[in-house]
Write a protein that binds this ligand. Structure first.
Ligand code: UDP
Ligand code: MG
Length: 334
């Protein structure tokens, strides 16, 4: 473990030790993962077996359009699976929420189904949990393979997100994480329906450790997150966790008003004392266009926030479960 993320670690005391024996829920969101799912779940089960005999794998089928459902139903017969099929594609954040809601272990692992999160790290995550860390997360140490645009966007996003925000979001920390039951219960208690998970993990706090890792290549298929989807995820994050954009526009408004006032005074003075003829409709046209643009932009930003409020007040569920197949060995204990 490194403490290069120490500035993002909340000042929480370590958990009471020793911990109760581990019973682990592995939450695996799956969207069109037919080609990866079987190999992955078997590899995961094999790795987790070395940590504890007491575990379940919670697979959330997030409205896949391929054979993920049939495959998972089949695998549920032989693996310790809790299989939930959502009624449509709700997105990864909702799928993770569904997994967290249904997990029964005293620790929960969130891991992608595409082999990008190295299974070799589980032993270290487990060890850190046992030494009193309540949350251990993977930090992407190398974004080498990603496009310049994606990297630039990511950089900009974390800058915006973390400027003046009391809850600091560790850059490049993903959804690959090990959480104690305490953390899981805290996450479950958060009422919002806009679930920007990266923000929620940071918001709940607790004793946290960061583990750098280099994501592997996706085993099969391609990422569901294109630039457009990443963009809307970033917008969700910003509007759910910072009001900085609103403040920025108040500042811009204030500065522009000051400039306008001084310029207005100057024109009046010029006309009255220097006797200049009143000219300058190009200035007028240009400034009207500029300020209409500024106004529309700021109304748009306001609208983003109002849209979020609208989503929240509707109080719709975050996801709907269409099928629930429970072969979890942790069932009897809950
Ligand atoms: N995923 C999901 N719902 C979605 C998109 C993705 O449950 O709408 C799952 C997907 O099956 C995978 C994980 O989320 O297990 C990460 O998705 P992906 O590999 O496409 O994203 P990336 O690794 O590029 O961030
Ligand atoms: Mg992936």
């Amino acid at each position: 473990m490194t403490d290069f993320h120490a500035e993002y670690a909340p000042a929480a005391p370590p958990a009471q030790l020793p911990r109760a024996p581990l019973s682990l829920s592995c939450v695996v969101p799956a969207y069109n993962e037919q080609a990866n799912l079987e190999g992955f779940l078997r590899a995961l089960a094999q790795t987790v077996q070395t940590l504890t005999p007491d575990f379940e794998i919670v697979v959330i089928n997030d409205g896949s359009r391929d054979g993920t459902h049939e495959l998972a139903m089949h695998l549920a017969q032989e693996l310790p699976l809790r299989y939930l099929a959502l009624s449509r594609n709700f997105g990864k954040e909702a799928a993770l929420s569904a997994g967290i809601d249904h997990a029964r272990g005293n620790a929960v692992l969130l891991i992608d189904a595409d082999f990008q999160h190295p299974l070799e790290m589980l032993a270290e995550m487990h060890a850190l949990w046992q030494t009193g860390y309540d949350m251990v997360y993977g930090v992407i140490a190398n974004r080498g393979a990603e496009s310049g645009a994606k990297r630039l966007g990511t950089e900009l996003f974390y800058r915006l997100m973390n400027s003046g925000n009391p809850v600091q979001l560790p850059p490049n920390a993903g959804d690959f994480r090990w959480m104690d039951r305490k953390v899981v219960d805290a996450l479950k208690a958060l009422p919002e329906s806009n679930r920007f998970m990266k923000g929620l993990y940071a918001w709940v706090g607790f004793k946290t450790a960061a583990l750098p890792f280099v994501p592997k290549d996706r085993a099969a298929g391609s990422s569901s997150f294109n630039l457009r989807r990443l963009g809307s995820l970033a917008l969700l994050g910003l509007t759910s966790f910072t009001t900085l954009p609103l403040r920025v526009w108040s500042m811009v408004g204030a500065v522009i008003s000051l400039i306008a006032l001084s310029y207005g005074l100057w024109i009046a003075a010029e006309a009255m004392f220097l006797g200049n003829p009143l000219r300058g409709w190009p200035t007028l046209a240009a400034s009207i266009m500029l300020f209409s643009g500024v106004q529309l932009l700021s109304i748009g930003i306001l609208g983003e926030y109002i849209g979020r409020i609208y989503d929240e007040v509707k109080r719709r569920p975050i996801y709907l479960v269409a099928h629930d197949e429970d072969h979890s060995p942790l069932r009897e204990k809950s």
